[in-house]
Design a protein around this ligand. Sequence first.
Ligand code: IMP
Length: 427
Amino acid sequence: MNIAVLGAQWGDEGKGKIVDLLTPHFAVVGRYQGGHNAGHTVYVRGQKFVLHLIPSGILHAGVTCLIGNGVVVDPTALFHEVDELKGLGIDVDGRLFVSDRAHIILPYHRELDVLSEARRGERKIGTTSRGIGPAYEDKIGRRGVRLCDLTDAPALAEEIEHNVHARNQIIKDTHLDWRQVYDTLLAQAERLKPWTTDVSLRLHQAMAAGQRVLFEGAQGTMLDHGTYPFVTSSNASIGGVCTGLGVPPQAVGGVLGVAKAYTTRVGEGPLPTELHGEMGTRLRESGNEYGASTGRPRRCGWYDAVAVRYAARLNGLQSIALTKLDVLDGLETIEVAVAYRIGGRVVEEFPAALPPGEACEPVYEQWPGWTTPTKGATRFDALPEAARKYVARLEEVSGVPIALVSTGSDREETIIRDDRPLAAWLK
Ligand code: IMP
């Protein structure tokens, strides 16, 4: 059975660890959207790996990793990541492939990202400044450059000249020479060539040969369907699997959402359960909540069941991997938002336009915390009773079984529950 693993919150749910952990059950891992804005941190025997573009499955020898047409690829970032992995003894040759239809992030995309943020002033999105939005804008605007376009030098020259001319009109105080962009791209094309392939075809062939595929999401559902315009520019939710890898919906057998036992977000935009005081700091420090890509401190808050229920509905989540339960160890009381109060009304469904700040007040339930640590637990029945009750309540209010509980950053610090869907999918 093929499964999709995607974020049920605002990104940074811990997908990297979950994908890495599940990869031994699969022959192929395919990433379907986003770019090097993502930061997937994986710890293997205490060694830390941060992956941005390359699927987290790469840490397992023999697994094929595919970057789909829905991903935007910055060649410099990709080379850097490949070289870093090589330095750590992980060879990607012959098992990392990038779609010939994937769009390329060009230097002016990064500049336009920064400019657009500056122009928005206080209304800025808080992007990762990696050029993600402008690269997707060019894709939608039908002026993007794909990996396959690198083989047609005259057409490429024309496109780049046209795009850089437009850039020079927008950013008036500096001048970019299109030839420089073009020459760099041609040089990069040489290194990209052996990795460039028809990813959709490769996936179809793999599936026809009975190989199992894991579809890996980046960012999270709320950065796609959630708090517009404070979102990313790609489809992190389930539909992105089909459009971003070129596979039919029947290819997806199971959908596993990843959710943290509390909530975090980087960047601007509404976050109803955000904690500004001591408790927010406590979660940030215990959970080491700093962006894996940008190092920015993450905003922290209680578990938001309204958001996770919404993600469950949009993605058809059949199962949840709950991460970082151990970060809550030692808290006296833990809160869970089950609804919002907006304009005097109790709202249970995630609204299209979420009012900022205090205009959206979470309706909280209080749950007793636990003193016996959950850190490192590998069996559900070994968890303190209050932690088991907390997980059971999250299942009820989110409407999805919690099949996996992560109790630490290492692979071994994980509980997989036999009586929930995931265990059967892996057989
Ligand atoms: P962009 O994707 O760089 O355009 O940023 C848009 C929004 O998505 C910002 O709020 C970013 O902080 C957020 N974002 C992008 N990638 C990630 C991620 O991997 N984890 C969490 N937030 C992200």
